[in-house]
Design a protein around this ligand. Structure first.
Ligand code: PA5
Length: 444
């Protein structure tokens, strides 16, 4: 089953010696946030809490994945925002970095996976260039069933499929994942007879990675979705206390909140592992869309939110780190390390002319990366820059399930601490309406 992820506040203690007193001072507020999230969960408002336990649905997804595996060579996820980023996160973290370039045998017989989350004709054409449509299945994902980018892509794809493979095959090559009770995609899917997968009504887009939204393409690529869900269930059960020292999600939210109160308007997430690159994208959407709000839950004008920023170690040590260390002290850093990596390379001796590199000989690339991770922590602490560490013992479905649930819960707590609804996105909806008007939709 693997191990457990750990949140370590020692970097914070070094940077801000008074941090534990500050945590103590806000304990009543943390307890209230914990209770508020629990109350919403009890009322069934936070559907993401029940996703780890939907065994019937995950069984169906696995059967469908097997069917896809036996009949198709490619799968394209068509969605945007929460209906695409979770897919990217799971594939990036859990599949081979060059997964689509592996042979069918090397992929264990699993189809290639593509994610289309832009409206870019050049990109779409490039995708058509590399796909054999006879052997490609499309999973159109939209919770609302009306999102203009997704539905426009779908209409173009349907048209192309009908021309290239004929209406009968086209109908079989589209799976619709959407809200079970409303939306254009639901209506179309019923009319056309597409295979339908439900997104529960109480699960918002950016909290939906553990629903059919993220699970189908994960299962198609051979990711063990049951392990993913049991990792999430572990975090859900381990993070129920209202004491931040016994609840890592609440501790994470407490640190972020204290940092925000001290003017840390930017929240940097910096994993030292390439496979978590898309975790950064997923986190940015979760944190930004959930917490960037202008009206409090009580109806007050407040304008709050931390700007999330993703960075990757060691790459961004040669890009963003200078700013992080010497630029404005307006950031809090979450540094993520991976203890056990899948591969290891020993650095060979450089030989003649390379004597200056002899200190590296016999060491490993992992030791180098770990040293850079440690160096970044030390320099941040030395400069009093707020930072804490999350350790992943390894990267497995079980651990990634824990991580995504930790972050969704942390976001829910942070919403309560800031006094905002972390589950709506009114400004995004406003932009959507203007687009509808510009595109000539009636009533806008
Ligand atoms: O988190 C959200 O709700 C949004 O980011 C949505 O995921 C995004 O707007 C796409 O919406 P939909 O799934 O309805 O197409």
């Amino acid at each position: 089953m693997g191990d457990k992820i750990r949140l370590d506040i020692s970097g914070m203690l070094e940077a801000v010696p008074s941090i534990e007193e500050e945590i103590r001072d806000i304990r009543p507020k943390l307890a209230a946030a914990g209770e508020a999230v629990k109350a919403k969960e009890d009322k069934g408002l936070l559907g993401f809490f029940s996703l780890p336990y939907k065994n019937k649905e995950s069984g169906e997804i696995k059967r469908l994945a097997e069917h896809i595996k036996n009949n198709y060579e490619n799968m394209v996820v068509v969605g945007i925002g929460g209906s695409a980023l979770g897919n990217r996160l799971l594939h990036g973290a859990l599949n081979h970095p060059y997964y689509n370039m592996l042979s069918l045998g090397e992929r264990g017989g699993c189809p290639r996976i593509f994610v289309l989350d832009s409206i870019d004709s050049d990109h779409l054409q490039s995708l058509f260039d590399v796909l054999d449509l006879e052997k490609t299945i499309f999973n159109v994902i939209t919770k609302s069933g009306t999102t203009v980018e997704t539905m426009s892509n779908y209409l173009v794809i349907r048209d192309m499929l009908q021309k290239k493979v004929g209406p009968e095959k086209a109908q079989k090559s589209i799976i619709a994942t959407t809200d079970a009770s409303r939306g254009s995609l639901l209506e179309i899917a019923r009319q056309e007879g597409y295979r339908l997968l439900d997104i529960p009504g109480n699960v918002g887009g950016r909290y939906s990675v553990l629903s059919a939204v993220g699970l189908l393409s994960a299962a198609v690529s051979g990711i063990d979705i049951e392990e993913l869900l049991s990792g999430a269930a572990y975090t859900a059960q381990a993070c129920t206390e209202q004491d931040p020292y016994k609840n890592q999600a609440l501790m994470g939210a407490a640190l972020q909140y204290l940092a925000y109160r001290k003017g840390k308007a930017v929240s940097v997430v910096m994993p030292y592992w390439d496979g978590l690159y898309y975790f950064g994208d997923w986190y940015c959407q979760l944190w930004a869309e959930s917490l960037g709000k202008t009206i409090s839950t009580g109806g007050r004008a407040i304008q709050v939110g931390q700007t999330p920023l993703k960075a990757i170690g060691a790459r961004d040590q040669h890009s963003l780190l200078q700013l992080f260390l010497d630029g404005p002290d307006d950031k809090i850093f979450t540094l993520i390390e991976v203890e056990k990596r899948r591969n290891s390379f020993v650095i060979p001796k450089a030989g003649q002319g390379g004597e200056g590199l002899n200190y590296l000989a016999g060491s490993t690339l992992e030791k180098l990366l770990q040293s850079e991770f440690q160096a970044t922590r030390e320099v941040l602490a030395k400069r009093g820059r707020m930072n804490y560490k999350i350790t992943l013992p390894e990267v497995s479905p079980y651990i990634i399930g824990q991580l995504v649930f930790l972050y969704m819960l942390m976001t829910a707590y942070m919403g309560e601490l800031l006094g905002v609804n972390a589950f709506d996105q009114p400004a995004v909806e406003e932009g959507k309406k203007i687009t509808y008007r510009l595109m000539g939709r009636q009533g806008y």
